[in-house]
Design a protein around this ligand. Structure first.
Ligand code: A3P
Length: 307
């Protein structure tokens, strides 16, 4: 397989048009060949740093909102990090904890909520043919890039922004290239709108209630129509339970290192704003990413702008 070095020393491999961490190839291959989807599974998909954790929280809270949760402590998210509740199958497929969850999750509680960073064309064929629901979230490329820089600087060694922009624009980064990754899901959502929902981080920030209603309807758990004050309360509760402010403050999401991910749970929560790239990218870097985005999205009816 063609190989490159990402950040300072992390080997990545080129497979079917995309780059993946070399150390994950075994897990990716096992997920692609051995995973047995069920038609009632819900598969969340995302390029890293585009709002994965938020989408996991929203879906979890939408699907479990009628459970008997009298006390806040009854909510599993107060004691378990989201990335353990909704496992990323391409990364952790071979981990016992994930095998357990995937194999033994109880059908009576409804479909399994799962996640992958794989691009659409690399999903297990069985998933693409299963009819299971797919929810994709994406984000404007400059904020994605800056969020990625913070994340990898925290969990790897510190790396200059120039090099990170270079990788991002060349597409030589884990799960990259970014634009092709997004376009794959965008096109599938146009082809199969009842089975593939495409959301953006920016829309979720701009009109969270509208997007959460759309998401709940897609998942088959619609809220009652807007207008009735009491139903709006339910939407607001889901948004609050899933909010960055709340999740970040839970003890479990502070400096606890997850046995599954092997990184501090806090790494998944930072600032959560739109346009933070302005604080980190030079005008030249921003221009380079914008031009690339314009080029890649030519002829495609998709906008990846921030507000
Ligand atoms: P920033 O680095 O811009 O703050 P992912 O979950 O795909 O790894 O994406 C991480 C980004 O989403 C980070 O963005 C993080 O702060 C933000 N995020 C995490 N949880 C969130 C939540 N519940 N609501 C909104 N944003 C969230």
């Amino acid at each position: 397989l063609p190989k490159e070095v990402f950040w300072n020393a992390h080997e990545i491999c080129h497979v079917e048009g995309f780059w993946f961490f070399a150390h994950l190839m075994e897990s990716i291959a096992a997920f692609r060949s051995d995973f047995e989807p069920r038609s009632d599974d819900i598969l969340l998909t995302s390029f890293p740093k585009t709002g994965t954790t938020w989408l996991m929280a929203l879906c979890h809270n939408i699907l479990h909102r009628h459970d008997d949760r009298e006390e806040e402590e009854d909510d599993v998210l107060t004691t378990v990090n989201l990335h353990e509740v909704v496992p990323t199958l391409d990364v952790f497929f071979l981990h016992d904890q994930v095998q357990d969850l995937v194999l033994n999750s109880n059908r009576s509680t409804g479909g399994r909520l799962l996640h992958t960073h794989l691009p659409y064309t690399c999903l297990p064929e069985a998933v693409r043919n299963s009819g299971c629901k797919i929810v994709h979230v994406t984000r404007n490329p400059k904020d994605t890039m800056v969020s990625m820089w913070h994340f990898y600087n925290k969990i790897f060694d510190v790396f200059p922004m120039e090099g990170a922009v270079e990788s991002f624009c060349n597409g030589v980064l884990p799960w990259g290239p970014f634009h092709e990754h997004v376009i794959g899901y965008w096109e599938e959502s146009k082809r199969r709108p009842d089975e593939v929902l495409f959301l953006t981080y920016e829309d979720l920030c701009r009109d969270p209630k509208k997007e959460v209603r759309k998401l709940a309807s897609f998942l088959g758990k619609p809220f009652s129509p807007a207008g009735n004050g009491c139903e709006d309360e339910e939407v607001e509760k889901v948004l609050w339970l899933s909010s960055l402010g709340r999740l970040k403050e839970l003890e479990v999401n502070k400096n606890v290192v997850s046995e599954l991910t092997q990184i501090p749970n806090s790494s998944f929560f930072r600032k959560g704003t739109v346009g933070d790239w302005k604080n980190y990218l030079t005008p030249q870097m921003a221009e380079r990413i914008d031009q690339l985005t314009q080029l890649k999205l030519q002829g495609i009816e998709l906008s990846l702008d921030d507000f």
